[in-house]
Design a protein around this ligand. Sequence first.
Ligand SMILES: NC(=O)c1ccc[n+]([C@@H]2O[C@H](COP(=O)([O-])OP(=O)(O)OC[C@H]3O[C@@H](n4cnc5c(N)ncnc54)[C@H](O)[C@@H]3O)[C@@H](O)[C@H]2O)c1
Length: 375
Amino acid sequence: DMDELVARVKRAKEQKEVVSIAFEGNIVDVWERFDKENIFVDFGSDQTSLHNPWAGGYYPAGLSFEESNQMMAEQPELFKEKVRDSLRRQAAAINKHTARGTYFFDYGNAFLLEASRAGADVMAENGIDFKYPSYVQDIMGPLFFDFGFGPFRWVCTSGNPDDLDITDKIASDVMEELMQQAPEDIRSQMADNINWIKGARANKLVVGSQARILYADASGRIKIAAEFNKAIKEGRISAPVVLGRDHHDVSGTDSPFRETSNIYDGSKFTADMAIQNVIGDSFRGATWVSIHNGGGVGWGEVINGGFGMLLDGSDDADRRLKSMLFWDVNNGITRRSWARNKGAMTAIQRAMEENPDLKITLPNLADDDLVNRYF
Ligand SMILES: NC(=O)c1ccc[n+]([C@@H]2O[C@H](COP(=O)([O-])OP(=O)(O)OC[C@H]3O[C@@H](n4cnc5c(N)ncnc54)[C@H](O)[C@@H]3O)[C@@H](O)[C@H]2O)c1
């Protein structure tokens, strides 16, 4: 009930309550009503499945769930019009909120992309960019991806939770050790991830495979993987461990509306990095690689390169993991550094100091004022 929602939200705001409220209904109606009621929204985003706008990812305002389902099957062209109308309405309501100071960001669900295609008022003045940032542009890119931090994953093939506990302990010990020498610009990222991995078991996040995700940079991923391999060799972990990572990472994904949206040298519309990653990973010892498309933002909008690597406790696995993980992460940092992303420029210089065989051209920074004076 919308009236009940409005009253409850107003009460929570007045009493400065920290509370989560679920409302079953259409998000467009919520944005519009909150505007009418002068309810100030501090942060806003959209999490409908707009990577799939015409087949149930987005339910237009003004139609019930059942009406939408019927129309998308029987009158698909009319349904598309309803989605576009709804997106224009939604963007107009969001714009009213942001005019009052709401911070709105794209969640990586293709909201701004689809809204722009529907002709909604979401474009920046230059007609190329969106008027709102994606969370990668403002948060994940500069804080994590540019430094090489991304969702490193592992699965214990034994399916035994005791093995997972050992891997958690190894990962947190490695991160704590690395934290001691970590430079200031990545200390808070490391502290967050140590906190996460220490609490992972208590939070009961495993629903099937005994698997974990941990944000780590190149050195962290290599050191953790090498320690896993050693523990398998010594029998402390009872069976092989498979490594992987999400596509939502430093490298491996070319996605101008998400993962590579904070690359501003024009190259975000190319698909080179995903291809280079899988080719490099395959030569350097990945057990399998995959090149695919669609991840998160929709078919045709992104190219993803992924890998799997089996650690079986052998010396060969130790050699392969060091070679492949080094490439897998630093390939993306290199590209980000060529685009003159500050964090990536320092991260790649650090990687070259740690490994003198790595030679990456650093960008020359021009003085924009000087350049502008001549044009
Ligand atoms: N940023 C990230 O890291 C990240 C991670 C996962 C998913 N995503 C993207 O986020 C989107 C959502 O992912 P998900 O897994 O939650 O999808 P989902 O399909 O499980 O959930 C989307 C929900 O939105 C509801 N919905 C659709 N239109 C609506 C409307 N107008 N009003 C209210 N509710 C509406 C749907 O009924 C559904 O319950 C996807 O596009 C996905 O690709 C982003």
